[in-house]
Design a protein around this ligand. Structure first.
Ligand code: 5GP
Length: 289
């Protein structure tokens, strides 16, 4: 290893002055972005010609944006595969575009609404209604379970083999995935990201473990727990489900009981009294923030 360079007093003073100047420039950028005088896009533009700005840490810059803070900044960076110590000059152009799309108030990103709740509560009826009426764009999940007689590949689900599902996991193609009643279910990431970036709202109709993963991945997602009007109502809905075997129905009932206990994790709870009511409430939640 070489020895550190020997600096004269003048050189050391000059270096200290330079470092102080750099700190002042970076602090000024952060203050201006905090005050809303600079947009994220403008800072990235400045970093192309100003080496001091180019050397700012991405994490510091993002955390200084009002309403973002350290926690959301680090969750977002992890999601976009940006290392915690990265500087602006080290960002790729897709990462810059994704950061601007997500954080600049002027760029409109769609809302991610997650509808969850116990199996048999009626989530899929709500999702079907929303899909038909185009209230929100509804994601089509992948699953390893076998298709039911009326289900179509690519419409109700993408029906995958276990090997295909494993492959999707290893390629990081799922935004979330979970086991449910002997099968695996996952949300394809790319389609959802594309729709959100276009400014449209997305609905995921998924079980509870998956909903928790979405919250970790995207803290701004709106998590909605759908409750049955009563436990008796849920039991009778599950019993009316002719497509399930006796054993599968019993498993689903036991699971539903556990799932009801998870309601407190969610941002909102809605009672599934009538489809139109629930959809109306989802719409007002999506436009409220
Ligand atoms: P089913 O087999 O009755 O269509 O769905 C079983 C459960 O899987 C339902 O609770 C449904 O919401 C959930 N589900 C469907 N797609 C996904 C998904 O992509 N991810 C997760 N985590 N759950 C899903």
């Amino acid at each position: 290893m070489g020895l550190p360079p020997q600096l004269s007093t003048e050189e050391r003073n000059a270096a200290l002055l330079k470092a102080k100047h750099s700190r002042q420039v970076r602090a000024a950028v952060k203050n201006r972005i905090k005050a809303g005088e600079l947009s994220l896009a403008e800072v990235f533009k400045e970093s192309e010609s100003d080496s001091i700005v180019a050397k700012m840490r991405v994490a510091d810059l993002l955390a200084s944006i009002t309403g973002v803070g350290k926690v959301r900044a680090s969750a977002l960076m992890e999601r976009l595969s940006i290392s915690p110590t990265r500087r602006l000059q080290g960002l790729g152009k897709h990462q810059i575009a994704a950061l601007i799309a997500e954080l600049d108030p002027s760029s409109k990103r769609g809302k991610l609404i997650v509808l969850s709740g116990p199996g048999g509560v009626g989530k899929s009826t709500i999702a079907a209604y929303i899909r038909k009426n185009k209230t929100f764009w509804v994601s089509v999940s992948s699953t390893t379970r076998k298709p039911r007689p009326n289900e179509k590949n690519g419409v109700d689900y993408f029906f995958l083999t276990d090997e295909e599902f494993d492959d999707e996991i290893s390629r990081n193609h799922f935004l979330e995935w979970a086991h449910f009643a002997g099968a695996r279910y996952g949300t394809p990431r790319e389609a959802v990201e594309k729709v959100l970036s276009s400014g449209a709202n997305v609905l995921l109709e998924i079980e509870i473990e998956g909903a928790k993963q979405v919250k970790a991945y995207s803290p701004e997602a709106i998590l909605v727990f759908l409750e049955p009007p009563s436990w008796e109502e849920l039991v009778s809905r599950l019993e009316r489900r002719a497509t399930d075997s006796e054993q599968r129905r019993a498993e689903r009932l036991a699971l539903a009981q556990e799932e009801l206990a998870a309601a407190s994790f969610f941002d909102h709870c809605l009672v599934n009294d009538q489809v139109e009511n629930v959809v109306q409430k989802l719409l007002s939640l999506a436009s409220a923030r």
